[in-house]
Structures are given as structure tokens and as C-alpha cells.
Ligand binder design. Structure first.
Ligand code: 5GP
Length: 121
């Protein structure tokens, strides 16, 4: 699979500092920030700093260091948000047209602070 990354996507622009963001946590290879249109009391996005369009691109082409960093940062964000207890949270990613992905830079949504409902009713 050949992936085409659009360097003008909004998250690439955030990474370049062209658009402001409310940062939650930054690591060597990842950045997390509050979603501009939160769908829950807690709604944070986590993105890799590298140019990956979606989950399968990231999984196929990111280095082991980037992949470990991303998941450790995701867990650190959950801990920072205080959602790692029994109430829990949702970590989810959208890909492509069927996944209704809007921004073509891989990102994890981390949602919490309320009962989120089932993905498929
Ligand atoms: P997707 O539909 O691609 O999975 O999710 C994209 C997410 O990015 C949406 O939840 C949307 O609210 C968020 N978003 C879009 N533009 C911006 C922005 O400029 N700043 C921030 N913080 N979030 C954004």
C-alpha cells in the first residue's frame, strides 16, 4: 500500500506551530492536545509527529521507537486526565471514508468523563 501524506493538513500545521493548540503532553515523537470540538467532558487527541495518514500507515512504516513512544504517551495522557480508574475511557481512531476520518494525519481520540454509549447500537 502506498500512502500519500498531505503536509497541509491541519495537524501538520499544528505540529509546525502555524495553528495554536491546547497541549496536554508532548514527547519525543508525539503530541497531544485538546480537541477543538469536544464530544465529551474530556476529549484529547494524540498524534505522532511523523507524517502518517492513518493507523495502518503508522503501524506499517513508523519505527519501533515511534510506536512505543506513541502508546506510552497515550497511557500517560490517560493517567494525566485521571481516567485510568474503573470509570474508564475510550481510545479510538477513524480511518478513511468509511471511518469518517476528517483530518488525514493519524490521531487517537481519547474520550472520557461520561458514559460514552456503544459504538454500534
Ligand atoms: P477525525 O474525524 O479525523 O477522526 O477527527 C478530527 C478531529 O480533529 C475532530 O474531532 C475535530 O474536532 C478535531 N479538529 C479539527 N480541527 C482542529 C483544530 O484546528 N484544532 C484542534 N485542537 N482540533 C481540531
Amino acid at each position: 500500500m502506498a500512502y500519500t501524506y498531505d503536509p497541509q493538513n491541519i495537524f501538520a500545521r499544528i505540529l509546525r506551530g502555524e495553528i495554536p493548540n491546547k497541549t496536554v503532553l508532548e514527547s519525543k515523537h508525539s503530541l497531544s492536545f485538546h480537541d477543538i470540538h469536544p464530544q465529551a467532558p474530556l476529549h484529547v487527541l494524540l498524534i505522532p509527529k511523523g507524517p502518517y495518514v492513518n493507523f495502518d500507515h503508522f503501524a506499517a512504516e513508523a519505527s519501533a521507537d515511534e510506536i512505543v513512544d506513541f502508546h506510552r504517551t497515550a497511557a500517560a495522557v490517560c493517567a494525566l486526565l485521571g481516567v485510568t480508574g474503573p470509570d474508564g475511557y475510550r481510545a479510538i481512531t477513524n480511518a478513511g471514508a468509511h471511518g469518517m476520518q476528517d483530518v488525514p494525519h493519524y490521531h487517537l481520540h481519547i474520550l472520557g468523563g461520561r458514559v460514552l454509549g456503544r459504538l454500534v447500537e
